[in-house]
Design a protein around this ligand. Sequence first.
Ligand code: ACO
Length: 436
Amino acid sequence: MTDVQASTAPSLTVRDNRTGQEYELPITDGTIKAADLGKIRADDDEPGLAVYDPGFVNTASCRSAVTYIDGDKGILEYRGYPIEQLAEKSTFLEVAYLLIYGQLPDKTQYDEWVHHITYHTFVHENVRSFMQGFRYDAHPMGMLMASVGALSTFYPESRDISDMHNREIQIIRMIAKMPTLGAWAFRHAQGKPYIYPDNDLSYTANFLSMLFKMSEQKYDADERLVKALDVLFILHADHEQNCSTNAVRSVGSSQVDPYSAVAAGIAALFGPLHGGANEAVLRMLRRIGSLENVPAFIDGVKAGNERLMGFGHRVYKNYDPRAKIIKKATEDVFEVTGVNPLLKIAQELEKIALEDDYFVSRRLYPNVDFYSGLIYEALQFPPEMFTVLFAIGRTPGWLSQWLELTEDKEQKIARPKQIYTGDRSLTFTPREERWA
Ligand code: ACO
């Protein structure tokens, strides 16, 4: 930062009315550096100027080349590729490769990648034992979070995050084992035996097998359901600096192993403001119950009594591109499972909302969660499992963001500032005197 002088480089001129001094702050990529603001001081004894930004609504915490979102236009791209093309033409494992390595694999790279992931799906038998120790009604997200964190104790070498080969093997292990842990958490709640991975199957078909196989030799999932779930994983694979990714980056910035960092991401995703909205959509649709109740429900939303769950988004002020794709996948799934009667209510809500000035003027459109719960329910998942599915899909995203963090020389340990609002310099009185 320099005092104001004529300059052609993009910059921001700030006048500090406390001192009358003007400063020129360079603008790079549409941002100013918070550290530059810190040099603005009323006097030498005062801390420099900082920004107050709870929830980081207008703070860039990193440079990232993973995911691009334009919320106004409804654009989502992974490594530059539009989500629509990836959902239609790619597979989840290919998208995972793209996110991690930054480019699409050639045939050899793809085959090797799929082979590695497939042959790391098994977990140590002790993982199975400790998962069996959870209470019968343990929430599957709690089980997943704990199990992923515990993997760090099985792979102590994962703490050496400076070694690229080491980082890579942990990434493969985590993407490979996540469906095994998720499926076992699901079986646990049902009191059913845990099913071992079947490495003859694709990533997603194997997941369905571990979820639903009983006494048959081989679980043969309908290809349309496999495809729909694979697409859902693709749609959830990354979403730039959301709450859970920020948690992974923040915890990862301490240079802890990636299992611990991803466990933190799972913890963040567990919260109802992040991964839990699709469950709320299902509850809402059940409560509305029938088509004739839709207008009264919409009136209630417009009167401010409640929100239309699955509508609106902090970033998307247009149709969430993922919601369009999910809507199509919903139809494919219902071809196999039969139509969920709640679909008609969802469609009617959408039709009315997209024409109603209340929603149009506030730019409220269906988000990713509006239809995903309907698909999950049709696939026989209980609501507690919805977020586990989200976590499996998001794992390559968390890991690619973590990888980027470990290679970014500008990154430091995450340590935000605070505005202190408490007391100062009190004198401590010992208990005997205080209570006398
Ligand atoms: N139904 C009715 N009104 C809404 C809705 C909704 N779903 N969402 C926002 N509004 C209204 C607000 O009441 C507000 O109106 P006002 O200006 O008259 O006060 C206006 O739209 C702006 O709303 P904000 O809450 O300021 O918007 P914000 O960007 O902070 O919230 C959020 C985004 C949390 C997603 C919100 O739209 C919402 O609660 N939606 C329902 C829950 C949901 O579907 N969440 C899933 C998000 S996707 C995901 O996390 C994977």
